[in-house]
Structure formats: structure tokens, C-alpha cells
Write a protein that binds this ligand. Structure first.
Ligand SMILES: C[S@@+](CC[C@H](N)C(=O)[O-])C[C@H]1O[C@@H](n2cnc3c(N)ncnc32)[C@H](O)[C@@H]1O
Length: 405
């Protein structure tokens, strides 16, 4: 078969793939995974290395484009725009914009439709949304930190990083403080961080629906619905984004004050903007390294979403111990909503998060075995585990003693 016919045959197969109806996320993820495997098998080793080298320049270029407002202009236009038009609409330098957009196009973030002409894609439309743009800026600052990794490891005999107060973060910023304390007075970081946390974790789907939160809360039928017993305490719940998702999903209609509790650091609770404030919530400044106040013990569910991946085991155990102490045996549950690293085949998104957690907090993403080990240390056992195709999971746990009751 000639080279041309091979290309024609491969193109026909690809065209066919593009027309496949893959609306369910699991099938979609499986097909994307298979396509990736094909690319890896076909790609020249040098091309793989070059792609990795190029990624060092992709991210800062995207941040620069975002700061210029290019993604917003492309999204608003609904048609391709030339470099000249973009320069005129943003006040930027045409030559620079085109150079930056070239790497964005080569990375699949925008489409190049002609000479110096570019169009929005689904990805660039996402980057035009403020919460995703905030994530881009945060990740850029994490990349600055991660750049110090080789130098730091050379000093520490290449040991794994497992300390919140004595790791890469302290080395890079020349501070004794942990990341949360250090960043508390960094207004730009805090604004971007809290904004980025409002992005849904499991790519669009609401986790309460994905994991049947309603079924889990009302399982067994003996749920106490009154103002004196908290139903859900979202520990370190940020601005209340998840409590809101949960409230919208639960069938109770109106909630009695005292049932839905949002806890976080005082400065986070105080900065909840008016448009995110919910009268049904009880807002409680609470440091999770201390005991749960009496009023918030014995809830049906305590949620820890994307919290424990910020903490290496020693500190994570402290947080968990205080929650375990406040559980009512046989009634209360802990829901850990976090990533579950598969034993093999962790994808880029997961590995990126793991290294980021190591750099910022001396922390990690965990496998199911690591989660089980952590819970066991505080007398909790896993009741059920569910995970999305992108490895975001709900681990439901209860007191080991509950089994005996
Ligand atoms: C990665 S964010 C997750 C926020 C939210 N649960 C979510 O999934 O969007 C971690 C949260 O832990 C909170 N946090 C950090 N240290 C804390 C502490 N000592 N006590 C309570 N909350 C803390 C932060 O303020 C932040 O809101």
C-alpha cells in the first residue's frame, strides 16, 4: 500500500471516530484513552520530548493571552479574528499576540483558521470564564514554585516531600510558614484561589447527583430533620459552593437554619461575597485542627472535599481525628470527596495535581489503599467508594465501632 493510501485510510478511520456519538462520560473517557495510546505508539520519541519541552512555554503564553483578554474577545466574536483585529480590540501588540496564539493553536487551545487568523475552541471558551482564568494564574505561580524542585531536591538528598512546614514551599519563598498561612495575606492569590475553587470538580456534573448524595443521606430512613441536629457539615467548604450544590439537589425544599453548616478559616468565611451568601446556611469560622464545637457534633454527614489532598498523613490524621470524635456511632458518616489515584495509569491531570500538592503543601493525592490506611488510623472504616472516570471519588466512612452497634 502506498504512503498516500495509508494516510487516506487512517484519515477515513479518524473521520469515522469523530462522528461517534459518545455522550456518556465513561465511554468518552475510554475512547479518548485509546486515541492517546495510538498517538503514543505512533509518535516519534524525539517528538514526545519536544512536546514536553514546548509545554514549558505553553502555559506562560496562555497566561499572557488571558491577561490580554484574548480568550474573551475570541469567545465573544463567534467567528475567527485576525491578529490585527485582536490587537485593536485588546490594545495589545499584534506581532506578540500572533506569536502567543501560535503556541496556543499548536496546543489545541485555539484553532488557526488562516494566516494570522484564529478562532475560539471549547477549551479557549473555558479559559474566558473568570474562575478558569483564575486557575490559569494560580497554576502559573505553582509552576514558578515547581521550578525550584530540582535545586531543592539536590539539597535534601532527593527525599520525598512530606512536610507542610519544611518543604519546597519554604525553600522557594524563604519562609517558615505553611502555604495557607503564607497566602492568607496575599490578596491576589486568595481571590484567585477562592474563585478557582468554585469550578465543579467532576467536569460539569454535580457530585451530589453523580454519587447519589440523597440516597446516601436518607439510607436507612432514620434521618433527624430538626434545627438542633446538623444534617451536613461541610468542613473547609470554601465559599459554600458545594453546600449549595447539595442543597439544590436534596429534596427537602426549605432547610431549617442549623441543618446546613459551612465551616472554613475565619478570613474565608468573612470573605463570602453577598451573591454567594445563602440564608439557609450557618456560617462557622472553624479551625479543623481543633475539636468540633458541641453544636456541630453528631451530624448525619461531614464532608471534606478536596481538603485532605492538601495535607500529608500526619496532619490529615489530626483533621480526621477531630471529625471522628464528633461522629455519632451508627448514624454519622464522613464523606471524603477527593481524587483516588489508580494503582496504574494515573493520567496527566491527576499526576499534575499530585506534584502540585507536593510543591505547595508537602502533600499528595492518594490511592484507595492509602485512603483506607489513613482512615484506619483514626478508627474509621470505609463503607463505600465511588469514582468518576477522571478519578474523582466519594469515599464514605463511619466509625469502626458502628459495626458493633
Ligand atoms: C482546596 S480548598 C477546598 C475547598 C472546598 N472544600 C472545595 O472543594 O471547593 C481547601 C480549603 O481548606 C481550608 N483550610 C485550610 N486550612 C484550614 C484550617 N486550618 N481550618 C479550616 N479550613 C482550612 C481553606 O481555606 C480552603 O477553603
Amino acid at each position: 500500500m502506498s504512503a498516500e493510501s495509508k494516510v487516506a485510510e487512517a484519515s477515513a478511520t479518524i473521520e469515522q471516530l469523530l462522528t461517534l456519538d459518545v455522550s456518556d462520560r465513561k465511554t468518552h473517557a475510554e475512547i479518548v484513552e485509546k486515541c492517546r495510546a495510538v498517538i503514543s505508539a505512533l509518535q516519534d520519541p524525539a517528538a514526545v520530548v519536544v512536546e514536553t519541552l514546548a509545554s514549558v512555554t505553553t502555559h506562560p503564553s496562555l497566561v499572557a493571552l488571558s491577561n490580554l483578554g484574548i480568550f474573551e474577545k475570541l469567545a465573544a466574536a463567534n467567528e475567527p479574528l485576525t491578529g490585527a483585529q485582536l490587537a485593536e480590540r485588546t490594545g495589545g501588540d499584534q506581532a506578540l499576540i500572533v506569536r502567543l496564539l501560535r503556541i496556543a493553536a499548536a496546543s489545541g487551545i485555539v484553532t488557526e483558521t488562516g494566516p494570522q487568523t484564529f478562532a475560539a475552541t471549547g477549551a479557549s471558551r473555558m479559559l474566558a470564564i473568570p474562575s478558569f482564568a483564575a486557575g490559569l494564574r494560580l497554576n502559573h505561580r505553582t509552576a514558578e514554585l515547581a521550578n525550584s524542585l530540582p535545586a531543592y531536591l539536590a539539597q535534601t538528598e532527593n527525599r520525598n516531600i512530606t512536610s507542610y512546614t519544611n518543604g519546597l514551599f519554604q525553600y522557594h519563598y524563604k519562609t517558615d510558614q505553611g502555604s495557607f498561612e503564607y497566602r492568607a495575606s496575599d490578596e491576589a492569590w486568595m481571590t484567585d484561589f477562592n474563585l478557582f475553587m468554585t469550578v465543579p470538580n467532576n467536569t460539569g456534573n454535580s457530585w451530589p447527583e453523580t454519587f447519589d448524595a440523597r440516597g446516601k443521606i436518607f439510607a436507612g430512613g432514620a434521618v433527624k430533620i430538626n434545627a438542633d441536629t446538623p444534617l451536613v457539615v461541610d468542613v473547609a467548604g470554601g465559599m459554600g459552593q458545594d453546600l449549595r450544590r447539595l442543597k439544590e439537589y436534596l429534596p427537602l425544599g426549605s432547610f431549617t437554619k442549623g441543618q446546613l453548616i459551612l465551616q472554613d478559616q475565619a478570613h474565608v468565611i468573612e470573605s463570602v461575597p453577598a451573591d454567594m451568601h445563602d440564608d439557609a446556611f450557618t456560617y462557622v469560622p472553624h479551625n479543623f485542627f481543633g475539636p468540633q464545637p458541641a453544636a456541630y457534633r453528631g451530624a448525619r454527614v461531614y464532608t471534606l472535599k478536596s481538603v485532605l489532598h492538601d495535607w500529608a498523613d500526619e496532619k490529615a490524621v489530626e483533621i480526621l481525628r477531630h471529625i471522628a470524635d464528633s461522629l455519632t456511632p451508627g448514624y454519622s458518616k464522613l464523606w471524603i470527596l477527593d481524587r483516588i489515584v489508580p494503582e496504574t495509569g494515573a493520567d496527566k491531570a491527576l499526576a499534575w495535581l499530585d506534584i502540585s500538592m507536593m510543591a505547595i503543601y508537602g502533600a499528595l493525592e492518594r490511592t484507595q489503599e492509602q485512603w483506607a490506611g489513613l482512615l484506619q488510623k483514626v478508627g474509621l472504616r470505609i463503607v463505600s467508594v465511588q469514582a468518576t472516570p477522571d478519578h474523582f471519588g466519594l469515599i464514605e466512612a463511619e466509625l469502626e465501632t458502628a459495626v458493633l452497634n
